[in-house]
Design a protein around this ligand. Sequence first.
Ligand code: NAD
Ligand code: WQD
Length: 339
Amino acid sequence: MRVLVTGGAGYIGSHTLVELLGQAHAVCVMDSYANSSPVVLDRVRMLTNGTVTAVEGDVRHDDTLRRVMADFRPEVVIHFAGLKAVGDSMSDPLGYYDVNVNGTLALLRAMDVAGCRRIIFSSSATVYGEPVYLPYDEAHPLNPTSVYGRTKMIAEHILTDWAAANGGSAVLLRYFNPVGAHASATLGEDPADVPNNLMPYIAQVAVGQRSHVNVFGDDYDTPDGTGLRDYIHVVDLARAHVAAVDYATQRKGARPFNIGTGQPYSVQQMVEAFRKASGHPIPTVIAPRRAGDIAAMQADSTRAHAELGWRATHTLDDMAASTWAWQSGNPAGFRTPGR
Ligand code: NAD
Ligand code: WQD
């Protein structure tokens, strides 16, 4: 299949390119490099020996989108391009609605013109908000607590209405907490700023770039008092997209899928796994709870197993070891000289 990948130079997009190329799909990336760099695509080419066509452009720009559609004629689109920092979304709501919602609208308009009727969308477990029950299944009510979460929920609604109106297929993948890196240690997460997320923060402490991990709260109603999350290895997540491409060619309509392992780990367990993988001490300091945090999140991914034929295979040790190999081999991320 010809697969257009918006945001393909990003963390999840780049790992997905590798898996798509491994299954002989043809790929074209459209990325503004707002949070990535073209170097990432060179790494994907090196790793796969594959062809990665790339167009620099903003997903909100109708003209660029139409040109890409006309030149590449995608049969499926995977839509990663977007902004993802929860805190920034609260201080810049209009910027987040513009990129995440208007970007999705512009993409669908261009797909309509080109007659492309299949899309895989990067949604997030954050659409659920405070749990009414755990694990979350896809029928759990949606009640996001941040602007970021609302942009994802609104985009899901738009995609659902679009698919119903034109016989299209929209696969809504609700990712839990993506972590880890490619086994080659040539691709991984490369935060532009101080990491917001736990795993890249721990990695920077392990490599000596930061002094300690702040543990945001140790008085939650969880076994060790720290927050529980359903971490999913990025390569497993990438493979869910390949499964979704196959699914979208066979089914019409919109369908959400939880993409997690179903096995949550605490902050302390993540730090411990990283100590083991890196052999470094990783000091921690108990800090106040982070505003807006939920005590525990856990996926029920039964639907993804049953309907996508997808299942996570990587363990917590794989997550920690691959992150460590990436971080220690690329201390300055994709800017590391000589890599
Ligand atoms: P990322 O920032 O690494 O990747 C996003 C890519 O989109 C980047 O390459 C960026 O340059 C590009 N981009 C941003 N704005 C753009 C625009 N206007 N036009 C074109 N390209 C643009 O993030 P990621 O972690 O790979 O996330 C990919 C998607 O998955 C995002 O939509 C994100 O919201 C979603 N998601 C991420 C997580 C997570 O924790 N990483 C969890 C759930 C959902
Ligand atoms: C995990 C746990 C923190 C950092 C966010 C977004 C979500 C999704 C994934 C995009 C929590 C604790 C963290 C630190 C800590 N992204 N923590 N010290 O908050 O579950 O989800 O990323 O869709 O939308 O909200 O992930 O990695 O930030 O936190 O103690 O320095 O680690 O309190 O319990 P989160 P996270």
